[in-house]
Ligand binder design. Structure first.
Ligand SMILES: C[S@@+](CC[C@H](N)C(=O)[O-])C[C@H]1O[C@@H](n2cnc3c(N)ncnc32)[C@H](O)[C@@H]1O
Length: 202
């Protein structure tokens, strides 16, 4: 029998929640989780941020999110059209969602507009491997995932998926550098990248 821990819910997305949580400014009071799916990141954010909104375009998956935390504001909507005021959130976060939106530059620009001065945009995303170095990350990620799988199993989310991702890692990185001056970009294993962008206080 695999050595599974029944308490831990593990998958590649949950694994990287800490990247988002580590980016939260100490003063943060409000957060938006874009493409919240089953709502696990929004619930994690709510452990340290009092006012959290989880947004998803899919009403069915949001029904399951409501069970994670009754005090998060769960909203059904499209992030590109939902009428949030600009600069509404100290933290705009998103995991495994940006590849659902076809225009990556437009999406990043819009998410940046929603961040309040002094706040942060923190994204963990998926992209397409196109370079030899991507293949090395993919191999390392495969081996790493096998280890975690043996330990925790894989928790299956019920959110809509898009595969393959439409943009390569290089395209996402270029778009991020263009849309978010000063962005910190990280290639991650297990088919992910992270970007963290701090909005100036002004
Ligand atoms: C692969 S799931 C990831 C869910 C969750 N963040 C996680 O880590 O498990 C992507 C989610 O983005 C949502 N989504 C796609 N396009 C969206 C949009 N334009 N606005 C809001 N949510 C969107 C989908 O409905 C889906 O639940």
């Amino acid at each position: 029998m695999p050595d599974q821990d029944p308490i831990v819910r593990w998958n590649n997305n949950i694994h990287y929640h800490q990247v988002i949580l580590d980016a939260i400014p100490e003063s943060a009071r409000t957060a938006l989780d874009v493409g919240t799916g089953n709502g696990l990141l929004a619930a994690d954010l709510h452990k340290c941020i009092p006012d959290v909104t989880g947004l998803d375009a899919d009403a069915d998956v949001l029904e399951s999110a409501r069970h994670e935390d009754g005090d998060v504001n769960w909203i059904v909507g499209d992030v590109l059209t939902y009428p949030f005021e600009p600069a509404s959130f100290d933290v705009v976060a998103s995991v495994a969602t940006l590849h659902h939106l076809p225009d990556i530059t437009q999406t990043l620009t819009h998410l940046a507009d929603l961040v309040a001065p002094g706040g942060v945009l923190a994204v963990v995303g998926l992209a397409r491997s196109t370079r030899p170095s991507d293949a090395l990350y993919d191999l390392a990620g495969f081996l790493q995932q096998q280890r975690y799988k043996r330990r925790h199993g894989i928790w299956a989310h019920s959110a809509p998926i898009v595969w393959p991702p439409p943009h390569s890692y290089s395209e996402v990185r270029r778009a991020a550098v263009q849309a978010l001056p000063g962005v910190q970009w990280r290639r991650l294993t297990m088919w992910r990248y992270a970007l963290v962008w701090n909005k100036a206080v002004i």
